[in-house]
Write a protein that binds this ligand. Structure first.
Ligand code: ADP
Length: 209
């Protein structure tokens, strides 16, 4: 977990002079208690600091929560990725819908005839087309997909938390896992919100809660 500058300063103060009250820490930083309250809350929740009523804050040494943070940072895409479900650009929207049901996935990854990543199809992309009243057997998926270079993707050695951040920031459900080749990006897996949820669960199961 990365701390900001002020959180680092607070940590240094408490390490050197704890136990120390929030009021005193604020004074040392020439800030108000209210200003540093969120930082103290983060440091306490993350296990860097412990707080005792009427005593103040003291440095916890991070024990248990340090392990939790480290375990979390060590979770890699490769350990949680699923098999990619890919379709060709020329597939009809009708067949893509069928494929989505058959494969029981929410996101289809689109590739060209060299099997390189070119697009992504979500449930709503297909629904939008389906309610448009056009002949779904006549429209190829490349006409409706989200296409490169706008695809968010990841690599197998990336930290899973990084993927989680991209999913939340871009408000999407899945990322293709790719490998770079001379011809383009080869799709080797996919990471979905379900994979992140199972990673979250494995973290809880490995931790003495
Ligand atoms: P849904 O459409 O079921 O809400 P998403 O939230 O995943 O599913 O998709 C929202 C939009 O973002 C869709 O238009 C989809 O094509 C696009 N999209 C999905 N995944 C990605 C991705 N990895 N990179 C870029 N765009 C994506």
């Amino acid at each position: 977990m990365e701390l900001n500058k002020r959180q680092d300063e607070i940590l240094e103060i408490v390490k050197a002079d704890g136990p120390i009250t929030g009021e005193q820490i604020a004074e040392r930083l020439s800030l108000t208690r209210a200003t540093i309250r969120p930082d103290l809350a983060i440091l306490t929740m993350a296990g860097f600091l412990d707080a005792r009523p009427r005593v103040g804050y003291f440095y916890s040494g991070k024990k248990k929560d340090q392990h939790l943070t480290e375990n979390m940072m060590n979770m890699k895409v490769r350990d949680f990725q699923s098999i990619p479900v890919v379709v060709q650009e020329s597939l009809s929207v009708y067949d893509a819908i069928t494929q989505m049901f058959l494969e029981d996935v929410g996101t289809l990854i689109v590739v060209d005839d060299q099997s390189k990543l070119t697009g992504i199809l979500s449930r709503k992309d297909l629904l939008r087309t389906a309610i448009g009243g056009t002949d779904l057997e006549k429209i190829p998926v490349h006409m409706i997909m989200t296409r490169m270079p706008n695809i968010a993707y990841c690599r197998k050695n990336e930290a899973l938390v990084h993927v989680a951040k991209v999913l939340i920031e871009r408000q999407i459900d899945a990322l293709p896992v790719v490998e770079e080749t001379e011809e383009g990006l080869s799709v080797i897996g996919r990471i979905t919100k379900t994979n992140i949820t199972s990673a979250f669960l494995s973290l809880a199961e490995n931790h003495d809660l």
